[in-house]
Ligand binder design. Structure first.
Ligand SMILES: NC(=O)C1=CN([C@@H]2O[C@H](COP(=O)(O)OP(=O)(O)OC[C@H]3O[C@@H](n4cnc5c(N)ncnc54)[C@H](OP(=O)(O)O)[C@@H]3O)[C@@H](O)[C@H]2O)[C@@H](O)CC1
Ligand SMILES: Nc1ncnc2c1ncn2[C@@H]1O[C@H](COP(=O)(O)OP(=O)(O)O)[C@@H](O)[C@H]1O
Ligand SMILES: [K+]
Length: 503
Protein backbone atom coordinates (compact mmCIF):
# COMPACT_ATOMS: atom_id res chain seq x y z
CA UNK A 1 0.00 0.00 0.00
CA UNK A 2 1.58 3.26 -1.10
CA UNK A 3 0.57 6.82 -0.39
CA UNK A 4 -1.00 8.75 -3.23
CA UNK A 5 -1.28 12.54 -3.19
CA UNK A 6 -3.31 15.29 -4.76
CA UNK A 7 -1.51 18.27 -6.33
CA UNK A 8 -2.33 20.44 -3.37
CA UNK A 9 -0.92 17.88 -0.93
CA UNK A 10 2.20 17.61 -3.08
CA UNK A 11 2.67 21.37 -3.01
CA UNK A 12 2.22 21.26 0.74
CA UNK A 13 4.95 18.57 1.01
CA UNK A 14 7.22 20.70 -1.25
CA UNK A 15 6.84 23.78 0.86
CA UNK A 16 7.17 21.83 4.12
CA UNK A 17 10.50 20.42 2.90
CA UNK A 18 11.72 23.77 1.57
CA UNK A 19 10.39 26.28 4.08
CA UNK A 20 10.09 24.31 7.32
CA UNK A 21 12.95 21.84 6.88
CA UNK A 22 15.21 24.26 5.04
CA UNK A 23 16.14 22.11 2.02
CA UNK A 24 16.76 24.59 -0.80
CA UNK A 25 14.35 24.33 -3.72
CA UNK A 26 17.22 24.07 -6.22
CA UNK A 27 18.56 21.02 -4.40
CA UNK A 28 15.21 19.27 -4.80
CA UNK A 29 15.04 20.27 -8.44
CA UNK A 30 18.54 18.94 -9.06
CA UNK A 31 17.64 15.64 -7.41
CA UNK A 32 14.43 15.43 -9.45
CA UNK A 33 16.33 16.07 -12.68
CA UNK A 34 19.01 13.51 -11.77
CA UNK A 35 16.35 10.87 -11.16
CA UNK A 36 14.84 11.45 -14.60
CA UNK A 37 18.30 11.34 -16.20
CA UNK A 38 19.00 8.07 -14.37
CA UNK A 39 15.86 6.52 -15.90
CA UNK A 40 16.67 7.87 -19.37
CA UNK A 41 20.21 6.55 -19.25
CA UNK A 42 19.02 3.11 -18.10
CA UNK A 43 17.04 2.90 -21.32
CA UNK A 44 19.83 4.37 -23.47
CA UNK A 45 22.24 1.75 -22.05
CA UNK A 46 25.72 2.24 -23.52
CA UNK A 47 24.32 4.04 -26.56
CA UNK A 48 23.41 7.32 -25.01
CA UNK A 49 25.75 9.39 -27.11
CA UNK A 50 23.67 8.46 -30.17
CA UNK A 51 20.51 9.84 -28.56
CA UNK A 52 18.99 13.15 -29.61
CA UNK A 53 16.85 14.41 -26.80
CA UNK A 54 14.41 17.28 -26.89
CA UNK A 55 13.35 18.74 -23.52
CA UNK A 56 10.19 20.81 -23.93
CA UNK A 57 9.90 23.17 -20.97
CA UNK A 58 7.10 25.34 -19.62
CA UNK A 59 7.61 28.47 -17.54
CA UNK A 60 6.96 26.94 -14.10
CA UNK A 61 9.12 24.64 -11.99
CA UNK A 62 8.20 21.65 -14.12
CA UNK A 63 9.95 23.54 -16.90
CA UNK A 64 12.85 24.11 -14.49
CA UNK A 65 13.17 20.32 -14.11
CA UNK A 66 13.22 20.00 -17.88
CA UNK A 67 15.99 22.55 -18.33
CA UNK A 68 18.05 20.87 -15.58
CA UNK A 69 17.52 17.46 -17.26
CA UNK A 70 18.76 18.85 -20.60
CA UNK A 71 21.80 20.37 -18.91
CA UNK A 72 22.77 17.18 -17.04
CA UNK A 73 22.38 15.10 -20.22
CA UNK A 74 24.49 17.66 -22.08
CA UNK A 75 27.20 17.37 -19.43
CA UNK A 76 27.06 13.57 -19.80
CA UNK A 77 27.78 13.90 -23.50
CA UNK A 78 24.26 13.39 -24.91
CA UNK A 79 22.90 15.60 -27.65
CA UNK A 80 20.20 17.34 -25.69
CA UNK A 81 18.26 20.39 -26.77
CA UNK A 82 15.87 22.72 -24.96
CA UNK A 83 12.63 24.09 -26.37
CA UNK A 84 11.15 26.85 -24.23
CA UNK A 85 7.38 27.23 -24.28
CA UNK A 86 5.37 30.06 -22.81
CA UNK A 87 6.01 33.63 -21.86
CA UNK A 88 9.54 34.27 -20.49
CA UNK A 89 8.09 36.97 -18.21
CA UNK A 90 6.06 34.29 -16.38
CA UNK A 91 9.06 32.14 -15.48
CA UNK A 92 9.42 31.19 -11.84
CA UNK A 93 12.62 32.08 -10.00
CA UNK A 94 13.80 28.44 -10.19
CA UNK A 95 13.08 28.27 -13.90
CA UNK A 96 15.02 31.49 -14.49
CA UNK A 97 17.95 30.13 -12.50
CA UNK A 98 17.92 26.86 -14.50
CA UNK A 99 17.84 28.81 -17.79
CA UNK A 100 20.86 30.81 -16.64
CA UNK A 101 22.83 27.69 -15.64
CA UNK A 102 21.96 25.97 -18.93
CA UNK A 103 23.13 29.07 -20.83
CA UNK A 104 26.41 29.02 -18.86
CA UNK A 105 26.94 25.42 -20.00
CA UNK A 106 25.91 26.35 -23.54
CA UNK A 107 23.12 23.80 -23.76
CA UNK A 108 21.52 24.29 -27.21
CA UNK A 109 18.09 25.93 -27.37
CA UNK A 110 15.83 25.59 -30.45
CA UNK A 111 12.82 27.63 -31.50
CA UNK A 112 11.54 25.07 -33.95
CA UNK A 113 10.35 21.62 -32.90
CA UNK A 114 11.20 20.14 -36.25
CA UNK A 115 14.76 21.35 -36.68
CA UNK A 116 15.90 17.74 -36.09
CA UNK A 117 14.63 14.16 -35.64
CA UNK A 118 14.66 13.32 -31.95
CA UNK A 119 14.97 9.87 -30.40
CA UNK A 120 13.50 11.01 -27.09
CA UNK A 121 11.05 13.75 -26.15
CA UNK A 122 10.89 14.94 -22.56
CA UNK A 123 7.68 16.71 -21.57
CA UNK A 124 8.34 19.29 -18.85
CA UNK A 125 5.57 21.75 -19.72
CA UNK A 126 3.18 21.35 -16.78
CA UNK A 127 3.34 19.32 -13.61
CA UNK A 128 1.29 19.75 -10.45
CA UNK A 129 0.81 23.45 -11.25
CA UNK A 130 -1.66 22.82 -14.10
CA UNK A 131 -4.78 24.66 -13.06
CA UNK A 132 -7.06 24.94 -16.07
CA UNK A 133 -7.93 23.65 -19.52
CA UNK A 134 -5.10 23.85 -22.05
CA UNK A 135 -5.82 26.10 -25.03
CA UNK A 136 -4.09 28.05 -27.78
CA UNK A 137 -0.35 27.70 -28.32
CA UNK A 138 0.13 25.12 -25.55
CA UNK A 139 -2.60 22.98 -27.06
CA UNK A 140 -0.97 23.13 -30.50
CA UNK A 141 2.41 22.35 -28.95
CA UNK A 142 1.20 19.22 -27.15
CA UNK A 143 -0.68 18.06 -30.26
CA UNK A 144 2.54 18.41 -32.25
CA UNK A 145 4.60 16.55 -29.68
CA UNK A 146 2.09 13.70 -29.75
CA UNK A 147 2.50 13.49 -33.53
CA UNK A 148 6.28 13.30 -33.33
CA UNK A 149 8.09 9.97 -33.27
CA UNK A 150 10.51 9.04 -30.51
CA UNK A 151 10.30 7.72 -26.96
CA UNK A 152 8.08 10.00 -24.84
CA UNK A 153 8.92 10.73 -21.23
CA UNK A 154 6.85 12.91 -18.92
CA UNK A 155 8.30 14.76 -15.96
CA UNK A 156 6.15 14.39 -12.82
CA UNK A 157 2.86 14.24 -14.80
CA UNK A 158 2.06 14.12 -18.52
CA UNK A 159 1.22 17.75 -19.34
CA UNK A 160 -2.54 18.09 -19.55
CA UNK A 161 -3.38 15.37 -17.03
CA UNK A 162 -5.22 16.65 -13.98
CA UNK A 163 -3.05 15.33 -11.15
CA UNK A 164 -6.07 14.92 -8.86
CA UNK A 165 -8.62 13.19 -11.07
CA UNK A 166 -6.71 11.83 -14.06
CA UNK A 167 -8.91 13.88 -16.40
CA UNK A 168 -7.45 15.23 -19.65
CA UNK A 169 -7.69 19.02 -19.47
CA UNK A 170 -8.32 19.75 -23.15
CA UNK A 171 -5.34 17.78 -24.41
CA UNK A 172 -2.54 15.76 -22.84
CA UNK A 173 0.90 14.48 -23.67
CA UNK A 174 0.95 10.74 -24.43
CA UNK A 175 3.87 9.36 -22.46
CA UNK A 176 5.58 5.99 -22.59
CA UNK A 177 7.18 6.65 -19.21
CA UNK A 178 6.39 9.09 -16.41
CA UNK A 179 8.91 9.77 -13.67
CA UNK A 180 6.95 11.28 -10.83
CA UNK A 181 8.46 12.77 -7.72
CA UNK A 182 8.10 11.70 -4.09
CA UNK A 183 4.58 10.23 -4.33
CA UNK A 184 2.34 8.90 -7.08
CA UNK A 185 -0.20 11.59 -7.91
CA UNK A 186 -3.84 10.47 -7.85
CA UNK A 187 -4.19 11.41 -11.52
CA UNK A 188 -1.58 8.78 -12.41
CA UNK A 189 -3.76 6.05 -10.86
CA UNK A 190 -7.08 7.09 -12.43
CA UNK A 191 -8.05 6.90 -16.10
CA UNK A 192 -7.39 8.45 -18.55
CA UNK A 193 -4.29 9.80 -16.74
CA UNK A 194 -3.17 6.28 -15.88
CA UNK A 195 -3.13 5.36 -19.56
CA UNK A 196 -1.59 8.64 -20.71
CA UNK A 197 1.29 8.21 -18.25
CA UNK A 198 2.56 4.88 -19.61
CA UNK A 199 4.89 3.18 -17.14
CA UNK A 200 5.13 5.13 -13.87
CA UNK A 201 8.26 5.37 -11.75
CA UNK A 202 8.04 7.07 -8.36
CA UNK A 203 11.40 8.69 -7.58
CA UNK A 204 12.57 9.64 -4.11
CA UNK A 205 13.86 13.20 -4.42
CA UNK A 206 13.98 14.04 -0.72
CA UNK A 207 10.47 15.44 -0.36
CA UNK A 208 8.50 13.87 2.47
CA UNK A 209 5.28 14.41 4.34
CA UNK A 210 5.20 16.34 7.55
CA UNK A 211 5.69 13.98 10.51
CA UNK A 212 2.32 13.02 11.92
CA UNK A 213 0.38 14.06 8.80
CA UNK A 214 -2.12 11.29 8.11
CA UNK A 215 -2.27 10.08 4.53
CA UNK A 216 -5.80 9.44 3.24
CA UNK A 217 -5.31 8.09 -0.25
CA UNK A 218 -3.44 4.94 -1.22
CA UNK A 219 -2.69 2.77 -4.21
CA UNK A 220 -2.98 -1.01 -3.93
CA UNK A 221 -0.49 -3.00 -5.96
CA UNK A 222 0.13 -6.70 -6.38
CA UNK A 223 2.87 -6.63 -3.72
CA UNK A 224 0.18 -5.66 -1.18
CA UNK A 225 -1.31 -9.14 -1.47
CA UNK A 226 1.24 -10.17 1.13
CA UNK A 227 -1.17 -8.62 3.65
CA UNK A 228 -3.50 -11.58 3.11
CA UNK A 229 -3.65 -13.89 6.11
CA UNK A 230 -2.23 -17.42 6.12
CA UNK A 231 -4.73 -20.24 6.35
CA UNK A 232 -4.66 -21.66 9.89
CA UNK A 233 -3.36 -25.24 9.73
CA UNK A 234 -5.79 -26.41 12.42
CA UNK A 235 -8.86 -24.64 11.01
CA UNK A 236 -12.03 -26.37 9.88
CA UNK A 237 -14.85 -25.50 7.53
CA UNK A 238 -16.66 -23.80 10.38
CA UNK A 239 -13.77 -21.52 11.31
CA UNK A 240 -13.02 -20.56 7.68
CA UNK A 241 -16.27 -18.71 7.42
CA UNK A 242 -19.83 -19.35 6.26
CA UNK A 243 -21.12 -17.15 3.46
CA UNK A 244 -24.77 -16.70 2.64
CA UNK A 245 -25.31 -15.54 -0.94
CA UNK A 246 -28.80 -14.11 -1.38
CA UNK A 247 -28.69 -14.23 -5.14
CA UNK A 248 -30.26 -15.31 -8.40
CA UNK A 249 -33.75 -15.09 -9.82
CA UNK A 250 -35.63 -16.66 -12.69
CA UNK A 251 -33.17 -16.89 -15.59
CA UNK A 252 -30.36 -15.41 -13.48
CA UNK A 253 -28.83 -18.32 -11.62
CA UNK A 254 -25.43 -17.60 -13.17
CA UNK A 255 -24.97 -14.56 -10.94
CA UNK A 256 -25.47 -16.74 -7.86
CA UNK A 257 -23.05 -19.33 -9.21
CA UNK A 258 -20.36 -16.72 -9.94
CA UNK A 259 -20.72 -14.99 -6.60
CA UNK A 260 -20.45 -18.31 -4.76
CA UNK A 261 -17.45 -19.26 -6.94
CA UNK A 262 -15.73 -15.99 -5.98
CA UNK A 263 -16.29 -16.78 -2.30
CA UNK A 264 -15.02 -20.37 -2.63
CA UNK A 265 -11.93 -19.11 -4.46
CA UNK A 266 -10.88 -17.15 -1.36
CA UNK A 267 -10.91 -20.35 0.71
CA UNK A 268 -14.09 -19.91 2.76
CA UNK A 269 -15.40 -22.95 4.61
CA UNK A 270 -19.01 -23.06 3.39
CA UNK A 271 -21.32 -21.23 1.01
CA UNK A 272 -25.10 -21.39 1.05
CA UNK A 273 -27.15 -19.80 -1.73
CA UNK A 274 -30.62 -18.43 -0.98
CA UNK A 275 -32.43 -18.51 -4.32
CA UNK A 276 -35.78 -19.42 -5.94
CA UNK A 277 -36.61 -23.14 -6.27
CA UNK A 278 -36.16 -23.17 -10.05
CA UNK A 279 -32.43 -22.46 -9.60
CA UNK A 280 -31.84 -25.44 -7.32
CA UNK A 281 -31.03 -28.08 -9.95
CA UNK A 282 -28.80 -25.96 -12.20
CA UNK A 283 -26.90 -24.61 -9.20
CA UNK A 284 -26.44 -28.00 -7.59
CA UNK A 285 -25.26 -29.37 -10.92
CA UNK A 286 -22.78 -26.55 -11.54
CA UNK A 287 -21.59 -26.14 -7.97
CA UNK A 288 -22.31 -29.19 -5.81
CA UNK A 289 -20.06 -27.76 -3.07
CA UNK A 290 -22.61 -25.02 -2.31
CA UNK A 291 -25.70 -25.58 -0.19
CA UNK A 292 -28.96 -24.37 -1.67
CA UNK A 293 -31.79 -22.89 0.35
CA UNK A 294 -35.12 -22.27 -1.35
CA UNK A 295 -37.34 -22.15 1.73
CA UNK A 296 -38.80 -19.01 3.26
CA UNK A 297 -37.02 -19.67 6.54
CA UNK A 298 -34.79 -16.65 6.08
CA UNK A 299 -34.25 -16.37 9.83
CA UNK A 300 -32.55 -19.77 9.93
CA UNK A 301 -30.34 -18.93 6.95
CA UNK A 302 -29.37 -15.64 8.53
CA UNK A 303 -28.44 -17.25 11.86
CA UNK A 304 -26.28 -19.84 10.09
CA UNK A 305 -23.93 -17.43 8.30
CA UNK A 306 -20.98 -15.22 9.22
CA UNK A 307 -21.12 -12.92 6.17
CA UNK A 308 -23.84 -12.10 3.63
CA UNK A 309 -23.73 -11.22 -0.05
CA UNK A 310 -27.03 -9.67 -1.06
CA UNK A 311 -28.11 -8.85 -4.56
CA UNK A 312 -26.35 -10.57 -7.50
CA UNK A 313 -29.01 -11.41 -10.07
CA UNK A 314 -31.79 -11.11 -7.50
CA UNK A 315 -34.07 -8.98 -9.71
CA UNK A 316 -36.34 -6.11 -8.81
CA UNK A 317 -39.54 -7.94 -7.83
CA UNK A 318 -41.47 -7.24 -4.64
CA UNK A 319 -40.40 -10.65 -3.35
CA UNK A 320 -36.74 -9.80 -3.97
CA UNK A 321 -37.20 -6.45 -2.25
CA UNK A 322 -38.75 -8.11 0.81
CA UNK A 323 -35.84 -10.53 1.04
CA UNK A 324 -33.24 -7.78 0.72
CA UNK A 325 -34.97 -5.65 3.34
CA UNK A 326 -35.24 -8.59 5.75
CA UNK A 327 -31.53 -9.40 5.51
CA UNK A 328 -30.37 -5.78 5.64
CA UNK A 329 -32.45 -5.15 8.76
CA UNK A 330 -31.25 -8.30 10.54
CA UNK A 331 -27.62 -7.65 9.60
CA UNK A 332 -27.80 -4.15 11.07
CA UNK A 333 -29.31 -5.48 14.30
CA UNK A 334 -26.69 -8.19 14.67
CA UNK A 335 -23.78 -6.34 13.03
CA UNK A 336 -23.04 -9.07 10.51
CA UNK A 337 -20.88 -8.11 7.54
CA UNK A 338 -22.83 -7.56 4.31
CA UNK A 339 -21.74 -7.08 0.69
CA UNK A 340 -24.63 -5.30 -1.07
CA UNK A 341 -24.32 -5.67 -4.83
CA UNK A 342 -26.15 -5.35 -8.16
CA UNK A 343 -29.96 -5.36 -7.82
CA UNK A 344 -29.49 -5.07 -4.05
CA UNK A 345 -28.13 -1.60 -4.83
CA UNK A 346 -30.84 -0.83 -7.38
CA UNK A 347 -33.46 -1.72 -4.77
CA UNK A 348 -31.67 0.51 -2.27
CA UNK A 349 -31.85 3.35 -4.82
CA UNK A 350 -35.63 2.80 -5.04
CA UNK A 351 -35.99 2.60 -1.26
CA UNK A 352 -33.84 5.39 0.14
CA UNK A 353 -35.14 4.74 3.67
CA UNK A 354 -33.11 1.53 3.66
CA UNK A 355 -30.04 3.72 4.08
CA UNK A 356 -30.89 3.41 7.79
CA UNK A 357 -29.79 -0.23 7.57
CA UNK A 358 -26.33 0.77 6.40
CA UNK A 359 -23.32 1.24 8.63
CA UNK A 360 -19.67 0.20 8.82
CA UNK A 361 -20.63 -3.51 8.54
CA UNK A 362 -21.82 -2.98 4.95
CA UNK A 363 -19.78 -2.87 1.72
CA UNK A 364 -21.61 -1.28 -1.22
CA UNK A 365 -20.26 -2.32 -4.63
CA UNK A 366 -21.86 -0.07 -7.28
CA UNK A 367 -20.61 0.15 -10.83
CA UNK A 368 -21.01 3.58 -12.44
CA UNK A 369 -24.63 2.95 -13.52
CA UNK A 370 -25.68 1.76 -10.07
CA UNK A 371 -23.79 4.65 -8.47
CA UNK A 372 -25.63 7.06 -10.72
CA UNK A 373 -28.97 5.59 -9.60
CA UNK A 374 -27.91 5.73 -5.94
CA UNK A 375 -26.69 9.31 -5.98
CA UNK A 376 -28.67 10.96 -8.77
CA UNK A 377 -25.38 12.14 -10.32
CA UNK A 378 -24.56 11.60 -13.98
CA UNK A 379 -21.92 9.02 -14.92
CA UNK A 380 -19.88 11.83 -16.48
CA UNK A 381 -19.88 13.73 -13.21
CA UNK A 382 -18.99 10.59 -11.23
CA UNK A 383 -16.14 9.76 -13.60
CA UNK A 384 -14.70 13.24 -13.28
CA UNK A 385 -13.90 12.54 -9.62
CA UNK A 386 -14.16 8.85 -8.75
CA UNK A 387 -12.41 9.11 -5.39
CA UNK A 388 -14.59 12.07 -4.38
CA UNK A 389 -17.76 10.22 -5.39
CA UNK A 390 -16.84 7.04 -3.51
CA UNK A 391 -15.86 9.02 -0.42
CA UNK A 392 -19.08 11.04 -0.48
CA UNK A 393 -21.27 7.91 -0.53
CA UNK A 394 -19.20 6.29 2.24
CA UNK A 395 -19.47 9.43 4.37
CA UNK A 396 -23.21 9.73 3.76
CA UNK A 397 -24.07 6.10 4.53
CA UNK A 398 -21.34 5.10 7.01
CA UNK A 399 -20.71 2.05 4.78
CA UNK A 400 -17.64 1.17 2.73
CA UNK A 401 -18.10 2.08 -0.93
CA UNK A 402 -16.36 0.09 -3.68
CA UNK A 403 -16.92 2.17 -6.81
CA UNK A 404 -16.22 -0.27 -9.64
CA UNK A 405 -14.72 0.77 -12.91
CA UNK A 406 -11.56 0.20 -14.91
CA UNK A 407 -9.85 1.70 -11.86
CA UNK A 408 -11.87 0.79 -8.82
CA UNK A 409 -11.82 3.09 -5.80
CA UNK A 410 -12.68 1.78 -2.35
CA UNK A 411 -13.61 4.41 0.24
CA UNK A 412 -14.13 4.03 3.98
CA UNK A 413 -16.45 6.32 5.94
CA UNK A 414 -13.45 7.83 7.79
CA UNK A 415 -12.20 9.39 4.51
CA UNK A 416 -9.50 6.87 3.60
CA UNK A 417 -9.60 5.63 0.01
CA UNK A 418 -7.65 3.03 -1.96
CA UNK A 419 -7.18 2.89 -5.72
CA UNK A 420 -6.56 -0.57 -7.13
CA UNK A 421 -3.83 -0.85 -9.74
CA UNK A 422 -4.65 -4.45 -10.67
CA UNK A 423 -7.05 -5.72 -13.32
CA UNK A 424 -7.44 -5.40 -17.07
CA UNK A 425 -10.00 -4.71 -19.80
CA UNK A 426 -10.75 -8.44 -20.14
CA UNK A 427 -12.68 -8.06 -16.89
CA UNK A 428 -15.27 -5.94 -18.63
CA UNK A 429 -17.33 -9.09 -19.18
CA UNK A 430 -20.68 -10.19 -17.80
CA UNK A 431 -20.52 -11.59 -14.29
CA UNK A 432 -17.14 -10.30 -13.19
CA UNK A 433 -18.83 -8.05 -10.62
CA UNK A 434 -20.68 -11.09 -9.26
CA UNK A 435 -17.33 -12.80 -8.69
CA UNK A 436 -16.10 -9.68 -6.88
CA UNK A 437 -19.07 -9.77 -4.48
CA UNK A 438 -18.09 -13.30 -3.42
CA UNK A 439 -14.40 -12.40 -3.13
CA UNK A 440 -15.24 -9.43 -0.90
CA UNK A 441 -17.41 -11.61 1.32
CA UNK A 442 -14.61 -14.16 1.46
CA UNK A 443 -12.19 -11.45 2.63
CA UNK A 444 -14.54 -10.49 5.47
CA UNK A 445 -14.96 -14.16 6.42
CA UNK A 446 -11.21 -14.65 6.83
CA UNK A 447 -11.45 -13.22 10.31
CA UNK A 448 -14.69 -14.71 11.71
CA UNK A 449 -13.50 -14.28 15.29
CA UNK A 450 -12.97 -10.51 15.02
CA UNK A 451 -16.08 -8.49 15.86
CA UNK A 452 -17.17 -6.35 12.92
CA UNK A 453 -16.54 -3.08 14.75
CA UNK A 454 -12.88 -4.03 15.23
CA UNK A 455 -12.37 -5.04 11.60
CA UNK A 456 -10.86 -2.62 9.15
CA UNK A 457 -13.65 -3.35 6.68
CA UNK A 458 -12.47 -0.69 4.22
CA UNK A 459 -8.92 -1.98 4.03
CA UNK A 460 -10.01 -5.61 3.58
CA UNK A 461 -12.50 -4.57 0.92
CA UNK A 462 -9.67 -2.77 -0.91
CA UNK A 463 -7.51 -5.87 -0.55
CA UNK A 464 -10.38 -7.93 -1.99
CA UNK A 465 -10.63 -5.58 -4.98
CA UNK A 466 -6.88 -5.94 -5.52
CA UNK A 467 -7.14 -9.73 -5.28
CA UNK A 468 -10.05 -9.79 -7.76
CA UNK A 469 -8.04 -7.65 -10.20
CA UNK A 470 -4.97 -9.84 -9.77
CA UNK A 471 -7.22 -12.86 -10.44
CA UNK A 472 -8.38 -11.10 -13.61
CA UNK A 473 -4.78 -10.52 -14.65
CA UNK A 474 -4.04 -14.18 -14.06
CA UNK A 475 -7.08 -15.13 -16.19
CA UNK A 476 -5.86 -12.83 -18.97
CA UNK A 477 -2.46 -14.52 -18.96
CA UNK A 478 -4.11 -17.93 -19.27
CA UNK A 479 -7.05 -17.20 -21.59
CA UNK A 480 -6.30 -13.81 -23.13
CA UNK A 481 -8.26 -10.63 -22.50
CA UNK A 482 -10.72 -11.44 -25.27
CA UNK A 483 -11.29 -15.07 -24.34
CA UNK A 484 -11.52 -14.80 -20.56
CA UNK A 485 -14.90 -15.08 -18.85
CA UNK A 486 -16.01 -14.18 -15.35
CA UNK A 487 -15.56 -17.77 -14.10
CA UNK A 488 -11.89 -17.58 -15.14
CA UNK A 489 -11.45 -14.64 -12.75
CA UNK A 490 -12.56 -16.83 -9.84
CA UNK A 491 -10.03 -19.48 -10.95
CA UNK A 492 -7.42 -16.71 -11.23
CA UNK A 493 -8.15 -15.59 -7.66
CA UNK A 494 -7.58 -19.14 -6.42
CA UNK A 495 -4.28 -19.30 -8.34
CA UNK A 496 -3.09 -15.99 -6.90
CA UNK A 497 -3.85 -17.22 -3.39
CA UNK A 498 -2.02 -20.46 -4.12
CA UNK A 499 1.08 -18.44 -5.05
CA UNK A 500 0.66 -16.21 -2.03
CA UNK A 501 0.03 -18.92 0.53
CA UNK A 502 2.52 -21.40 -0.99
CA UNK A 503 -0.25 -23.97 -1.70
N1 LIG B 1 8.74 23.13 -5.52
C1 LIG B 1 9.90 22.61 -5.88
O1 LIG B 1 10.93 23.10 -5.55
C2 LIG B 1 9.95 21.43 -6.75
C3 LIG B 1 9.08 21.31 -7.82
N2 LIG B 1 9.24 20.37 -8.74
C4 LIG B 1 8.60 20.46 -10.04
O2 LIG B 1 7.79 21.60 -10.10
C5 LIG B 1 6.50 21.28 -10.59
C6 LIG B 1 5.51 22.24 -10.07
O3 LIG B 1 5.92 23.49 -10.46
P1 LIG B 1 4.93 24.76 -10.46
O4 LIG B 1 4.21 24.79 -9.17
O5 LIG B 1 5.76 25.91 -10.80
O6 LIG B 1 3.88 24.40 -11.57
P2 LIG B 1 4.07 23.87 -13.10
O7 LIG B 1 3.50 22.47 -13.12
O8 LIG B 1 5.41 24.06 -13.58
O9 LIG B 1 3.04 24.77 -13.89
C7 LIG B 1 2.89 26.11 -13.54
C8 LIG B 1 2.92 27.00 -14.76
O10 LIG B 1 1.95 26.58 -15.67
C9 LIG B 1 1.06 27.64 -15.95
N3 LIG B 1 -0.23 27.06 -16.26
C10 LIG B 1 -0.97 26.23 -15.48
N4 LIG B 1 -2.04 25.75 -16.16
C11 LIG B 1 -1.96 26.31 -17.41
C12 LIG B 1 -2.75 26.20 -18.58
N5 LIG B 1 -3.85 25.41 -18.64
N6 LIG B 1 -2.38 26.90 -19.67
C13 LIG B 1 -1.29 27.67 -19.65
N7 LIG B 1 -0.50 27.81 -18.57
C14 LIG B 1 -0.83 27.14 -17.46
C15 LIG B 1 1.11 28.53 -14.78
O11 LIG B 1 0.77 29.79 -15.21
P3 LIG B 1 -0.21 30.74 -14.35
O12 LIG B 1 -1.33 29.85 -13.85
O13 LIG B 1 0.63 31.22 -13.25
O14 LIG B 1 -0.64 31.73 -15.32
C16 LIG B 1 2.58 28.40 -14.40
O15 LIG B 1 3.38 29.22 -15.20
C17 LIG B 1 6.31 19.86 -10.16
O16 LIG B 1 5.35 19.20 -10.94
C18 LIG B 1 7.70 19.29 -10.34
O17 LIG B 1 7.91 18.93 -11.68
C19 LIG B 1 10.37 19.42 -8.61
O18 LIG B 1 11.47 20.03 -9.24
C20 LIG B 1 10.71 19.15 -7.19
C21 LIG B 1 10.99 20.43 -6.45
N1 LIG C 1 -11.21 -2.14 -18.11
C1 LIG C 1 -11.21 -2.71 -16.89
N2 LIG C 1 -10.06 -2.84 -16.21
C2 LIG C 1 -10.06 -3.42 -14.98
N3 LIG C 1 -11.18 -3.90 -14.36
C3 LIG C 1 -12.34 -3.78 -14.99
C4 LIG C 1 -12.43 -3.19 -16.28
N4 LIG C 1 -13.74 -3.20 -16.65
C5 LIG C 1 -14.42 -3.79 -15.66
N5 LIG C 1 -13.59 -4.14 -14.65
C6 LIG C 1 -13.97 -4.78 -13.36
O1 LIG C 1 -14.91 -5.82 -13.63
C7 LIG C 1 -15.97 -5.79 -12.71
C8 LIG C 1 -17.28 -5.52 -13.46
O2 LIG C 1 -18.33 -5.48 -12.54
P1 LIG C 1 -19.84 -5.22 -12.97
O3 LIG C 1 -19.91 -4.04 -13.86
O4 LIG C 1 -20.66 -5.25 -11.75
O5 LIG C 1 -20.13 -6.51 -13.85
P2 LIG C 1 -21.34 -7.54 -13.84
O6 LIG C 1 -22.56 -6.75 -13.44
O7 LIG C 1 -21.43 -8.06 -15.23
O8 LIG C 1 -20.99 -8.59 -12.86
C9 LIG C 1 -15.63 -4.72 -11.69
O9 LIG C 1 -14.96 -5.29 -10.61
C10 LIG C 1 -14.71 -3.79 -12.48
O10 LIG C 1 -13.83 -3.09 -11.65
K1 LIG D 1 5.13 17.30 -17.46
Amino acid sequence: MKQVVTCQEMKFCDSYTIERMGVPSCVLMERAALKVVEELEKRFAGEYKKQKILCVCGSGNNGGDGVAIARILHQHGCQSTIYLAGNPDHRTEEMQRQCQIAANYQVPVVNNLHSEEYTTIVDAIFGVGLTREIKGEYRDLIAELNEMSGWKVAVDLPSGVDGDTGAELGIAFHADLTVTFAFRKAGLCLYPGRKLAGQVIVADVGIYREDGAEPKLFSMEKSDLRELPEKEADGNKGTFGKILAVAGSSGMCGAAFLSASGAFATGVGMVKIVTPEENRIPLQTMLPEAMISCTDDLEKDFDWCDVLVIGPGIGMTVKAADKVQFFLKKAKQEKKPVVLDADGLNLLAENPKWKNYLDSHVILTPHMGEMSRLTGKSIRELKSDRAGAARALAAETGAVCVLKDACTVTAAPDGRAWISLSGNAGMATAGSGDVLSGVLAGMQAMYPETPVEEKDTGFYAALGVLLHGAGGDQAAVRKGMAGMKAGDIACGVAEILKEQQNF
